[in-house]
Design a protein around this ligand. Sequence first.
Ligand SMILES: [Fe+2]
Ligand SMILES: [Fe+2]
Length: 319
Amino acid sequence: MMTTEQETFDALIAAEQRIEPRDWMPDAYRRTLIRQISQHAHSEIIGMQPEGNWITRAPSLKRKAILMAKVQDEAGHGLYLYSAAQTLGITRDEMTAQLIEGRAKYSSIFNYPTPTWADMGAIGWLVDGAAICNQVPLCRASYGPYGRAMVRICKEESFHQRQGFEILLALMQGTDAQRQMAQDAVDRWYWPSLMMFGPPDDQSPNSAQSMAWKIKRFSNDELRQRFIGMLVPQAEVLGVTLPDPELRWDEEAGRWHTSEIDWTEFHEVLAGRGPMNAERIRARRDAHEDGAWVREAAAAYAARTASHAAAAAGAAEVA
Ligand SMILES: [Fe+2]
Ligand SMILES: [Fe+2]
C-alpha cells in the first residue's frame, strides 16, 4: 500500500519528529509558520526601538553596556527568525516590504512608549519574562528550523529577564522617587504583558490547529497562568505591587484569579491605533532606506568577488 505525503507528515508529527525544509508539508502548515515566524521576527526587530531609545541615556556605563548587549541580542533573534522563515519559501525582501508597508503584524507590546529609565526594568522583567513563557515550549515546535532558533533565543531571553529584574531591584532599593518610578513602570507594563499571550482560549480560533500540528504546546490561558505564577513571588522580592486588586490564588479552581483583561485596548493597539504604531514603522522604514547604500555596496562587492573568482578559475583552466 502506498503511503501518501500527508500520511508521512502526520506520522512524523505523531512521533514527535521534526519537519524539515525539504519535507513535504501541507500548504496551510507552511502558511501558518510563515505568518507566525515572520511576525515573531518583526517583533524582535521592532522591539529594539523602545529600548534603543534609552541607550544614549542609560544612567551609567555599566547599564549602557548591558542595555546595548540586550538590544543587539534582539537584532540577532530577528535574524535567526527571518532565516528560519526563508526556509519556507518567503524572501527576506518580501518580509521587510510587508513590515515597512504596514502590512505585517508584530507584537503590540512594542507600540507603547518608554518615558522613564524604569521602563527598561519593566520591559526586561515583564515583556521578556512573558516572551520566555511563550517561547520555551516553542523550542519543541514541530518545524525544525523554528525550534532550533528558539533554543538559542530562550537562553538569551533569560538574561534579558534577569537584567530587567535587576534594574527594578536597584530602583526599589533607592530613593522614594526611584521606587515610585519603578512602580509606575510596572503599573503601565503589567496588563499589556498579560495580553502578550493572546486572546482567551475560547476566542482564539487558530490555536487548536496549531496545537494539533505541535507548533503550539500550551493554550494562551495556560501560559498566562504560568506567567502570573512566576511573577507573584518575584514581585514580592522586588517589593512592587502588581496592579490588580483582585489577583489571588484560587485554591479550589487551582488557578490564579484575576480581574477582567481590557481586550478593547488590545484590539485598538493591534489595529494600529496604539500610542506608537506609526512612529515604530516610520523609524523602521527610515532605517531601511538609510541602509540602502550598504546593501548596494555589499551586492556590488559580492558580484565583483564572484567575477574575480570566475576569472581566476578561467585562467587556471587555460594554464
Ligand atoms: Fe528576543
Ligand atoms: Fe529579549
